[in-house]
Design a protein around this ligand. Structure first.
Ligand code: HEC
Length: 197
């Protein structure tokens, strides 16, 4: 004997075949979608039509930085990146470890002295403002002339210091003057060959 399909017992266990409702996406979801689209359109066109006259760059608010190769190096930035770890942001150094630059006779001396210290570094005992230090100061010859000039000018004009500016040309001639030197200065050698503060 044959069964009609609806008499199949397996079919009675099945759920009803789902039917598509009138709005398959619930209306609250639709409202959210439309809201997002409307907001996006507003955001985009509002920017387009704004007073700045911005066109296709709407939304990109970065401003164009024109890098001027003749611009002066920023001495404060060079100091923060290369010197402040030892000599401190205050220029006061750390007692017993790093000598101060604020009020230092070596900084305020004839410009050749601080230039040579930066180009070749220093090691061994040095007296600064009456205190003895015996550490190692790395050379900074890898910096551009303009950067060394800027950082030394910054150091010579900060924290109450008031000494003359140092230019990139000063650094270039400082490099030539001791081009063969490959070891850091000692205090004695610096005083002998460059000058005493
Ligand atoms: C790693 C630590 C360190 C860094 C970084 C450093 N120095 Fe020095 N600096 C020293 C030490 C230590 C001495 C003393 C050297 C000695 O004992 O012979 C010194 C000495 C000096 C002196 C001569 C003494 C004085 O106090 O005036 C000057 C000028 C100077 N540094 C400037 C700078 C500048 C400018 C920078 C950044 C471009 C710099 N130093 C970066 C550790 C450092």
């Amino acid at each position: 004997m044959s069964h009609e399909p609806r008499d199949n017992p397996a079919q009675h266990r099945e759920q009803r075949e789902p039917e598509e409702l009138h709005t398959p996406i619930g209306w609250p979801l639709l409202v959210v979608f439309l809201g997002i689209i409307a907001w996006g359109a507003f955001y985009y066109f509002h920017d387009l039509l704004s007073a700045t006259g911005a066109t296709s760059e709407a939304g990109d608010r970065r401003s164009v930085v024109v890098v001027d190769p003749t611009a002066k190096a920023d001495g404060a930035a060079v100091y923060a990146g290369n010197c402040a770890a030892c000599h401190q942001a205050t220029g006061m150094g750390l007692p017993g470890a790093f000598p101060p630059l604020a009020g230092s006779e070596w900084v305020l001396a004839s410009k050749d002295i601080p230039i040579q210290i930066l180009l070749h570094g220093m090691s061994g005992p040095i007296t600064v403002k009456g205190s003895l230090y015996a550490g190692v100061m790395p050379a900074f010859a890898q910096l551009e002339d303009a950067e060394i000039a800027a950082v030394l000018t910054h150091v010579r004009k900060s924290w109450g210091n008031a000494a003359a500016e140092i230019t990139a040309d000063d650094i270039a001639s400082g490099r030539k003057a001791f081009a063969d030197k490959s070891t850091p200065w000692s205090e004695a050698e610096l005083k002998d060959k460059v000058g005493a503060p």
